[in-house]
Design a protein around this ligand. Structure first.
Ligand SMILES: Cc1cc2nc3c(=O)[nH]c(=O)nc-3n(C[C@H](O)[C@H](O)[C@H](O)COP(=O)(O)O)c2cc1C
Length: 216
């Protein structure tokens, strides 16, 4: 089985989310050494933004696309193929400006594509979009500088990261989701230390549990 490991932090050193996703993958491989890990580092190598030409290429029938249009969609094809092959997607991402990093949004925009990852049919009434893919597990590992972003927290209304990922993940065929969060990074106090320690141990436990339950 294949696990897709995505990191979105622009930081390469001292990144909390890279440490968490790395720990998840290391624990997974200790349990299931034969599994394939595909790495997609959007923090280091941000995908290009979609353009007018990209949208036109998407909506052109596949057998009518020009060579130039195929070239425009080549990165999207590659990223989608990685998602199609993955049973588990592990996503390490920071909160930037109360939402996801632009690099991660660029990745989602390249991957959520009509006719490839979702279908559109007005016969379905007010909800015309449906995912084409199915049965994927998403593990989201986030870090935030402030705190109180979880349900009932003082900044719940400012959390445009977790809900956004959850809404889009549906169109990647995600049917099982888990998320672990570090908070207080900017305070660098005991609250942060405890939040990080809990996230680190929860990440290892989750990786062990999912790997043990993995049937393929
Ligand atoms: C450009 C930028 C924007 C940020 N915006 C927010 C924010 O809106 N809210 C917040 O709580 N933390 C914010 N932070 C703090 C990060 O979420 C925090 O440092 C986190 O640990 C980054 O993840 P990393 O350690 O994996 O790089 C921001 C950090 C950066 C660099």
């Amino acid at each position: 089985m294949m696990l897709l490991h995505i990191d979105a932090s622009a930081r390469v050193e001292r990144s909390i989310t890279r440490a968490l996703s790395g720990s998840f993958v290391k624990t997974w491989l200790a349990e299931r050494p034969s599994d394939a890990i595909v790495r997609r580092d959007v923090g280091l190598h941000p995908p290009t933004f979609v353009s007018q030409e990209w949208i036109a290429a998407c909506f052109a029938a596949e057998n009518e696309r020009t060579a130039e249009q195929h070239a425009i969609l080549a990165l999207s094809d590659e990223l989608i193929a990685e998602v199609e092959s993955a049973e588990v997607i592990v996503l390490g991402t920071p909160m930037y400006n109360y939402g996801m990093p632009a690099s991660l949004k660029a990745w989602f925009d390249q991957v959520v594509r009509i006719g490839k990852t979702f279908s559109f049919d007005l016969d379905r009434g007010d909800f015309p979009l449906e995912p084409i893919l199915d049965g994927k597990t998403l593990v989201t590992l986030t870090s935030k500088g402030e705190f109180g972003f979880q349900p009932g927290g003082v900044r719940e209304h400012m959390n445009h990261l977790d809900g956004h990922i959850k809404s889009i993940a549906h169109y990647l065929g995600v049917t099982e989701s888990h998320s672990i969060h570090v908070e207080y990074q900017e305070f660098r106090d005991d609250r942060h230390r405890m939040s990080r320690e809990k996230a680190e141990s929860d990440t290892v436990d989750l990786a062990k549990r999912l790997a043990a339950n993995c049937k393929q």
